[in-house]
Design a protein around this ligand. Structure first.
Ligand code: HEM
Length: 345
């Protein structure tokens, strides 16, 4: 079983966030690739471990769920289920409840109570819910919204038809510089249209072929990353006016403030073929660590500095970090531990 740290924002919680951080760089140089690997394979890092489970609950659980609820209340376009995706939404909910039950057996329980009826318990949030699979009258909310009120992951569901995948449902409140409301109904290939390099290099067409062949019960995962100013999960295009200007002002802050506010943001993305509906479920779990914490792990400090300094301009531009990535690289280089001098004879 995966353990959860105390949901406080104290030193323990911070240590837990460092230990569970999915550091994304296997090398000193980063390029786009079809970087998929089987899920549920734990990865040991210089600071700890991540990746044992598909759904991950950490010390930020309540805080992030509260944040998601506020975002959904303020902007209903972050949630959409096109009519043909209703069965996929139920399939996603039950699949995730099974994952939670398996990963957190002490806190999360799913029990069958009849042919189509279930009892769901989430002890962390004090929830007990009986429901009939497929019957919306037995749940307080639409199933995708219901389950995203109990997991930190964002969800997109893709329908496969005419040899293409379409993003036709989801709850996405923590998008990194894109808009779910704008993208809903678009194909996988259209959505990736603006990403530089990937067309020429065949990254997205290979990913598309891979996803179309994905089988149930064989989940895969990949990581993606960027830099975000402050611990701000919601950097969606819709509210660019709230966070976009920080990319300018961050250039003028003191070094201390820079290290505290600039975060390495990593998404662990799971790709799962749902067993009943045949839809593809795309889970996006966002982790963030300020540079000052990242620098506390020497191999992370050194490698991230190399990656940021070497990243080609078009990729840095697309990620929205072109204006401050050089300073981030310098900041990390400057945070090198002071060499201890051995006293002479
Ligand atoms: C962005 C690859 C699956 C939605 C990107 C980027 C890459 C990529 C390289 C650019 C990221 C960056 O520079 O930070 C892949 C691969 C996948 C995959 C290899 C599967 C193996 C998906 C799926 C969705 C998705 C299933 C469904 C929603 C997006 C979106 C963006 C993106 C919305 C941002 C596009 C924008 O800026 O407008 N992806 N992706 N990706 N991807 Fe994927």
């Amino acid at each position: 079983m995966t353990t959860m740290s105390d949901p406080s924002t104290g030193a323990d919680a911070l240590a837990g966030l460092v230990a569970g951080f999915p550091f994304p760089f296997p090398e000193d140089r980063y390029r786009y690739s079809t970087n998929v690997e089987p899920a549920q394979t734990p990865v040991t890092t210089a600071a700890g471990r991540w990746g044992a489970a598909v759904v991950d609950i950490d010390s930020e659980y309540r805080d992030e769920l509260d944040r998601r609820a506020m975002i959904l209340a303020a902007d209903p376009t972050r949630h959409a289920v096109l009519p043909h995706m209703v069965p996929a939404a139920w399939d996603a909910m039950l699949t995730l409840m099974r994952e939670l039950d398996e990963t957190y057996p002490e806190q999360m329980r799913l029990r069958p109570t009849g042919a189509d009826t279930w009892l769901w318990r989430n002890e962390i949030l004090g929830i007990e819910q009986r429901f009939r699979y497929g019957d919306p009258a037995t749940l307080p909310e639409e199933p995708l919204r219901y389950i995203t009120s109990q997991i930190q992951e964002d969800i997109a569901l893709l329908d496969q038809r005419n040899d293409q995948l379409y993003v036709d449902a989801g709850v996405v409140t923590f998008a990194a510089d894109w808009s779910f409301g704008f993208d809903v109904g678009m194909s996988f290939l259209e959505i990736h249209g603006p990403v530089p390099r990937v067309r020429q290099e065949g990254v997205i067409t290979r990913a598309h072929e891979f996803l179309k062949r994905l089988q149930p019960h064989q989940p895969y995962r990949r990581t993606n990353w960027t830099l975000t100013i402050d611990r701000r999960l919601d950097v969606s295009t819709e509210i660019y006016h709230e966070w976009g200007p920080d990319r300018e002002t961050i250039q003028r802050v003191s070094d201390d403030e820079f290290g505290r506010r600039v975060h390495l943001r990593v998404e662990v993305q799971h790709l799962i073929r749902l067993p009943d509906s045949g839809a593809v479920m795309f889970l996006i779990r966002t982790y963030m660590l300020p540079l000052e914490q990242l620098a506390s792990v020497e191999v992370w400090r050194r490698r991230t500095a190399e990656v940021l300094a070497e990243l080609p301009g078009d990729m840095a531009d697309y990620k929205g970090i072109i204006k401050f990535r050089d300073r981030a690289a310098q900041w990390l280089r400057g945070a090198a531990p002071v060499p201890t001098t051995t006293p002479g004879p």
